[in-house]
Design a protein around this ligand. Structure first.
Ligand code: NAD
Length: 322
């Protein structure tokens, strides 16, 4: 088997490779040649940690395996480690033998950013000029970099509960030679052509009345029951897409509009159907499109598989006779 340590990931995989792997696996999921296994997530009663497994099999990409990991809230303070910890295990689909163990921390950020970026490619207005960010935590900079590659944006605007963190977004905008402005939510909803929400909020932040038409919104922070980033009425007004329907209605942004009956399961489309040409995606300039990116195990496996191939090619993978 091969081991690809966390410290090697940054030098191995590019945003373009992550994008490609995630776009392909969303297409396979919609074509029913790839599926995710039921997610396990447990409060283990030690260190206040949440631990679980997300796995799946992609028959087209031949990715079989799981991501094991979770959230240790005391890590940073006690151990000088990041609170989210994960490791990806890949298996040979022909024999069941373990194929690789890959550090999953940076890959999680890359595959999550790739998902919203795929949605922007396929659903955002072609002439989008203003990129709006809600959230400025760990994931937000990855999200912004990947998003800015999809359209000829002229400006980035952002809002965060803790405004001092917005300087991170300013730095990313500078990397792309774009101006950044910290704004209130009314201005963000009125000006942005594309909006990414990436927070750990449990209450709606962006309200329906604040958003003009023609916007593409990628809701990326809601990945647990009870979390919420946008008004359920905004979800109901939008043409809705997701990575996986089962997660969207239970742990994703759509859970709230489903619960208040303003959205039905039949209203939710798979992003993979748009990639495969089975759904037209955006059909008018004033339509609001919304991508509910809940995060599936197959995204991790797809990107990890690409990393293993690159690590073997570059002689970085550690081979173990296991
Ligand atoms: P982080 O802790 O680094 O940042 C959290 C962000 O949320 C900050 O911008 C913070 O200001 C904001 N925030 C916190 N409480 C808020 C509130 N009550 N109202 C408004 N904003 C609030 O976290 P992160 O690593 O950047 O992750 C952000 C979210 O994305 C988390 O909910 C995480 O679980 C989720 N996530 C989703 C996926 C996916 O695939 N969809 C993948 C990774 C992380």
């Amino acid at each position: 088997m091969y081991i690809v340590p966390e410290k090697e990931i940054a030098g191995l995989v590019t945003r373009a490779q992550s994008f490609d792997a995630v776009e392909k696996v969303f297409a396979s999921m919609s074509a029913r040649s790839a599926y995710n296994f039921p997610v396990i997530r447990e409060a283990i009663g030690h260190e206040d940690a949440l631990f679980g497994f997300k796995g799946g099999f992609d028959k087209t990409g031949m990715a079989l395996g799981l991501k094991a990991g979770g959230y240790w809230p005391n890590n940073l303070e006690k151990n000088n480690l990041i609170n989210h910890q994960s490791t990806i295990f890949l298996f040979d689909p022909d024999t069941g033998r373990v194929k690789a163990m890959v550090g999953g921390n940076l890959l999680t950020a890359l595959r999550t950013a790739a998902a919203s970026s795929v949605s922007i490619k396929h659903l955002a207005p072609k002439g989008a000029k203003v990129m709006g960010m809600i959230g400025a935590g760990h994931q937000a900079t990855f999200q912004l970099r990947a998003a800015l590659e999809q359209r000829n944006f002229e400006k980035v605007i952002g809002w965060n509960l803790h405004p001092e963190a917005l300087s991170r977004l300013d730095e990313v905008a500078r990397e792309f030679d774009l101006p950044f402005e910290a704004v209130e939510l009314d201005q963000l909803g009125a000006e942005a052509d594309v909006i990414i929400t990436i927070t750990s909020s449990f209450d709606p932040i962006l309200m329906d009345a604040q958003v003009k038409g023609g916007t593409h919104i990628a809701c990326m922070g809601t990945d647990t029951k009870g979390k919420q980033e946008v008004d359920a009425a905004l979800v109901a007004r939008a043409t809705v897409f997701t990575d996986e329907l089962a997660q969207s209605i239970t742990i994703g942004e759509c859970q709230h509009a489903i619960a208040d009956d303003s959205l039905s399961q039949g209203d939710i489309n798979e992003i993979g159907a748009v990639i495969n040409g089975d759904h037209p995606g955006r059909t008018s300039d004033d339509e609001i499109t919304l991508f509910d990116g809940t995060g599936v195990g197959l995204q991790d496996l797809a990107v990890a598989l690409a990393v293993v191939d690159l690590a073997i090619e570059k002689g970085i993978a550690i081979e173990v006779d296991f």
